[in-house]
Design a protein around this ligand. Sequence first.
Ligand code: AMP
Length: 386
Amino acid sequence: MLVLVINSGSSSLKYQVRDVAAGTVLTDGLIEKIGMGNGGGGDGEIEGPRDHAEALEQVDAAIHAELGDRELGAVGHRVVHGGERFAEPVLVDNEITRAIERLNPLAPLHNPANVLGIRAITRKWPKMPQVAVFDTAFHRTLPEHAWRYAVPDELYTNHGIRRYGFHGTSNEYVARRSAALLDLPVEEFDGVIAHLGNGASVTAIRGGRSVDTSMGFTPLEGLVMGTRSGDLDPSILVFLGRAGWSPEDIDTMLNRESGLKGLAGNNDMRSVVEASESGDDKATMALAVASYRLAKYIGGYHVAVGGARALVFTAGIGENSHQFRTQVADRLGALGIELDGGLNRGRSKEPRVISTPSSAIPVLVVPTDEERAIAEATAAVVSSSR
Ligand code: AMP
């Protein structure tokens, strides 16, 4: 089956057409600046498509040439928030679209854009099966003691304030591939997965299921990220509010100006590592704060899963930065973790072991592929619905 995978943002639309059986990508692309054009008025400059429907016309034109006489079998959407309802990918109909829309308050930047993408497809190809794959779904197995915040119950019952967790599609895929590399059924995989990209989270997997994860009500909680702070004392926000900061000021500071950017002046791990290697003290401290925070979580999640049988690195930094992996592993001596220098510095697109034979547990690098996971989930849902 050919599946068009759509990741729809408020002003961008990323797409990929995949042949699920062959495991190949036929074509992909990114449409940007949606809704940012001036509609041809003024100086006549049109910067991007007017809306998601127009962006979809561009996608259709772009993929047409690649497909030849082959036809799309389904569309799979990456949907950020599935709330408490969605624990699995689902076939989209009007009721499901409205249910996703009702979750808008929980993900005000993302879910409305996902709904625009779904509606644009519904209008253009009314008969096309569409599947929503939720970034929160894999974490629906968190036990209550892991998802509850210690605040009055009405915050949960009236506002849905609880830990949801994100990067679920990536974690589910990486857990499966890690188990395969270790020759285990995924149901027997107990491990810790560090998804370290521009957004970063770490997840505790027990018996192939998510039992804890560092992102929470929003993707802000947990690790030090490219531009996000991760954990801090909530009283800091009260303090800033009293000092005259608006909610928007605080939101921007925590989500866009913190993390590696706040500590080292740069949100790109490559640049931070390079700066540190050439003697920049701020960059060195940024790496220390980020690796220490992650090591603390790994220690905690080792306990949460009842003794991890593997530590897994994935995503941009996890897959590529041997320097950052070394810094994290150096803090995990108490767990008996030991990297093999040569294997750690090696590069491959395949899942691999980077620890020594005497390491207490294997350390793996497993490349993630969210689009592939979404395409496979979409094909499975569509096939089982027929
Ligand atoms: P992602 O969000 O998964 O695309 O990851 C983005 C992050 O991965 C950025 O911080 C990049 O600096 C980092 N990254 C990508 N390639 C490399 C590399 N070769 N070495 C170190 N970091 C990398």
